[in-house]
Design a protein around this ligand. Structure first.
Ligand code: FES
Length: 369
């Protein structure tokens, strides 16, 4: 994992051609993208995601469904939201002749990002549990493709939806069950539905009741943040799952200062750009350092400040007030995954600006997207 982020972040914006956009159900479109020739390549681990940049400052993140192979298109599953900027863009192109015209439809993308990647089982033969909701099945499928041919223990996937149509990839999952007898797919409906004879409840409840003992297991969870948070809480507390064996992209909240605004609610930052330029940035207190850097056009986070992408990493100068800004476990883990990690590195999304940080020196290691 460590090399993926370090090698891709410095020059990670690439152009791709949209080759296909096909509905998998009324709310989900499968898109296939091919990197433009001469654009370089992706260094990817199964389970990671890409950011698609629609406008200069707007992007959306989607997980890749398969391992990256240079001569094959990238596949992503896009959930459509009514009125969503990218959703509408995709809707206009899905199943349309636009893609077969001679004018290529181009998209900019960056990444891969994310830390929810396959790890060897804790013990040979130990059970692995996977949880997914919605398009969270995309990274889970990528993990299964990597894990099943080599793992010997049982791998059990719980995939949840509101209606059977939500489980749009059930056919291929049943195919995997036939190919790999140690893999089991458990479809789950959130609430009882007429005619549904399968499991009912949340995916984490089903997993907890089937596997009350998860001390030697790993759990992978991809999907809605509420499911990921509930699953971590339930399986760690009730099933003895080791916190370090719960794998999901973290959902730390973007920070903001808890302090009451001071009389002068501004401060100065001294920013050194990747090109070596020194700039003075005037910033408000109460926002995150990432927001201040983004507003001044310097750097931009991809994961919305959740300590999950590393794109907002900066090197900070010595400043006494920084001692008071503790690192979360997610931040520590992500920073440690960079091969060139330094003690001075921090995720700017995790630092709330206060007056005490006036004159902080910030060195940016990633270019603005
Ligand atoms: S914005 Fe993604 S880690 Fe900070």
């Amino acid at each position: 994992m460590s090399s993926q982020l370090t090698e891709t972040i410095p020059s990670n914006v690439q152009t791709a051609i949209l080759e296909e956009a096909v509905y998998l159900n009324p709310d989900v479109v499968r898109i296939r993208l091919r990197l433009k020739s001469g654009n370089g390549r992706l260094i990817y681990s199964a389970g990671q995601y890409l950011a698609l940049h629609i406008l200069e400052s707007q992007f959306r993140c989607y997980s890749m469904v398969h391992d990256y192979e240079p001569d094959k298109p990238l596949e992503l599953h896009v959930r459509l939201y009514p009125g969503g900027l990218f959703s509408e863009w995709i809707r206009q192109r899905a199943n349309s002749k636009l893609l077969s015209s001679n004018i290529p439809v181009e998209l900019r993308l960056s990444g891969p990002y994310g830390q929810c990647i396959w790890k060897s089982p804790c013990l040979p033969g130990a059970t692995t549990v996977m949880l997914a909701t919605g398009t969270g099945i995309a990274p889970i499928w990528a993990l299964l493709e990597q894990a099943l041919p080599t793992s010997s223990g049982h791998v059990i996937l719980y995939w949840g939806g509101q209606v059977p149509q939500d489980l749009y990839h059930s056919g291929p999952l049943r195919g995997l069950e036939k190919a790999f007898p140690h893999f089991h797919f458990v479809p789950v409906m959130r609430d009882p539905i007429p005619g549904w004879t399968g499991r009912v409840g949340t995916v984490e409840q089903c997993a907890a009741s089937d596997h009350p003992e998860l001390r030697q297991s790993r759990v992978y969870a991809c999907g809605s943040p509420s499911m990921v948070q509930a699953a971590a809480a339930l399986l760690i507390k009730n099933c003895g799952l080791d916190e370090d064996h719960f794998h999901a992209d973290p959902f730390e909240h973007p920070v903001s200062s808890q302090k009451a605004p001071s009389e002068d609610p501004t401060l100065n930052l001294f920013v050194r750009t990747p090109q070596g330029r020194e700039e003075k940035v005037h910033a408000r207190t109460g926002i995150s350092l990432m927001t201040a850097l983004s507003e001044s056009g310097h750097t931009q986070g991809i994961c919305g400040g959740r300590a999950a992408c590393g794109n907002c990493r900066v090197k900070l100068g010595n400043h006494r007030a920084l001692l008071l800004v503790e690192q979360t476990k997610s931040e520590r883990r992500l920073l440690a995954s960079f091969e060139d990690a330094l003690p001075e590195h921090r995720l700017s999304c995790q630092i709330a600006l206060t007056r005490e940080l006036d004159e902080l020196r910030v060195e940016i290691s990633t270019p603005s997207l």
